[in-house]
Design a protein around this ligand. Structure first.
Ligand SMILES: [Zn+2]
Ligand SMILES: [Zn+2]
Ligand SMILES: [Zn+2]
Length: 247
């Protein structure tokens, strides 16, 4: 990897550069170094994405009791009026049938801990809980790589279904054509938890059964642990992040 050499020649200062799954993570010393770095990488035509430290410090909570008739933006607005501006709200989908559940996932600022005390939202009685520890790796919806979100990604878009260089919503793949993984070229969507390129390190606590992955298996099969709360489980909550349509 030529990046460290590049940094030296461009006089970009960084505190550390570490190898990650699919590249190098570089931590520049200052905003100036950050700008110089992104400029250099753009000039060189390198694919990169940025992340901020504050982004790593977001607080992720689940609000229970928000039925599907209420949109994420209504929840967002309501939270803003309650003093929690800038929250990012997503509707959670069910595990099997992508059925909507009365749950929304909220990404708030790390210092907005008092959001956990919210009991009413959109005129409904709700319960706010901290999201259970992330066992599922973040996957970029744009380039399908792991460890960052699409909002900060400048890499070429890759399709989650067919692995080609187009964004997923532009995919023309028919239902009968098998999926092709953007990360390993295997016969599964790039979001498949059983993909050999799926980061293993995050799954330390839950023993994951090593079924031989087949394209037809659902993500749920790799999480044999019974759901701790009846009706919902971690897999349910993160469905949107981890498994996108297979067709
Ligand atoms: Zn990406
Ligand atoms: Zn496609
Ligand atoms: Zn794969």
């Amino acid at each position: 990897m030529e990046v460290p050499k590049l940094l030296t020649t461009q006089h970009i200062r960084y505190t550390k550069a570490k190898l990650i799954n699919d590249g190098v993570a570089i931590y520049p010393c200052s905003p100036q170094d950050h700008r110089a770095l992104t400029r250099t990488l753009t000039d060189k035509g390198e694919e990169y994405h940025t992340f901020t430290l504050s982004e790593e410090r977001t607080l992720r909570v689940v609000i229970r009791g928000i039925p599907e008739g209420i949109t994420p933006s209504e929840v967002q607005l309501d939270l803003e009026q309650q003093g929690f501006p800038g929250a990012i709200v997503h509707r959670m989908a069910g595990r099997q049938n992508r059925q909507e559940m009365p749950l929304v996932l909220v990404q708030a600022q790390a210092d907005q801990e008092s959001i956990l005390q919210v009991t009413r939202c959109c005129s409904l009685v709700v319960r706010v809980e901290r999201q259970r520890k992330q066992q599922v790796a973040t996957q970029c919806h744009r380039c399908q790589r792991f460890g960052h979100g699409q909002s900060r990604c400048t890499a070429a878009p890759k399709c989650v279904k067919c692995g080609e260089n187009h964004s997923t919503h532009e995919c023309k793949k028919s239902r009968d054509t098998p999926a092709r993984c953007a990360n390993c070229a295997g016969p599964h969507p790039a979001s498949y938890l059983g993909c050999p390129k799926y980061p293993k390190s995050k799954q330390t606590k839950t023993p994951v059964k090593t079924h031989t992955p087949t394209p037809t298996q659902t993500a749920a099969n790799t999480q044999p642990t019974p759901a701790p709360t009846p009706g919902t489980s971690y897999a349910d909550m993160t469905k949107k992040d981890t498994t996108t349509n297979t067709s």
